[in-house]
Design a protein around this ligand. Structure first.
Ligand SMILES: [Zn+2]
Length: 212
């Protein structure tokens, strides 16, 4: 990862840690950023700093969106926005800033220490993945991606099957050969060492395969 991006992520995660990893509304309040209803999702560095939020009925998405807009403000506050933009060609700068904001928002939504906490308590298992998802009130898709990329988590593959197919998957195992939409009618036969769970709320199996 590039230097300015790395420095901004360190600054932002330190700010989030300083206040005890709060949710989006509390984090905004701590940063003295006002959230006001608007017709689009935008961040204004100010002063005064504020973000406008469109009404959104899907709560997990809205939490992510607020964190995303706070990320833009934090990139400006640490004075690194121009340096981050300059990491790529001018044509790609705007997209690059959006990707960095998304990455930062993911770290706020599901902080590494939260991931490590549940893995300490529940091991690297589907139960831990579901506990992390519930704590973060995030989507399953976002949760598995953060779990596999969190610092201090062993290389692994987390998948969700539906029927006989892999519906979603995230992996940090360089030797993983499983991908989305692969047929996987019997996960236990293919991965006898996997931790598997068939939650009653879902049609399918969640599997965690820890890299050998
Ligand atoms: Zn944005």
């Amino acid at each position: 990862m590039r230097y300015a991006t790395q420095a901004a992520l360190s600054y932002a995660t330190a700010e989030h840690a300083k206040y005890g990893y709060p949710g989006p509304e509390e984090f905004a309040a701590r940063l003295k950023v006002r959230i006001v209803p608007g017709v689009e999702n935008r961040a204004s560095h100010g002063p005064p700093s504020f973000i406008t939020q469109t009404p959104d009925t899907y709560a997990p998405r809205q939490r992510f969106t607020i964190f995303h807009e706070l990320s833009h403000i934090l990139m400006q506050r640490c004075g690194l926005e121009d340096d981050i933009a300059a990491e790529v060609d001018a044509d790609d700068a705007e997209l690059h800033l959006e990707l960095v904001a998304n990455h930062m928002a993911g770290l706020f939504l599901i902080p590494d220490p939260v991931v490590r906490h549940y893995i300490r308590v529940l091991d690297l298992t589907p139960a831990a993945v579901l506990a992390i998802q519930a704590a973060a009130r995030a989507s399953f898709a976002a949760t598995i991606r953060r779990v596999v990329s969190a610092e201090g988590v062993d290389p692994c593959t987390i998948f969700l099957t539906g029927g006989s197919y892999v519906l979603d998957l995230a992996s940090s195992d360089p030797y993983n050969r499983l991908s989305r939409y692969d047929r996987l009618p019997d996960p236990l036969a293919r991965y006898p060492e996997a931790h598997l769970l068939c939650p009653p709320s879902r049609q399918g199996t969640i599997g965690v395969v820890i890299a050998p």
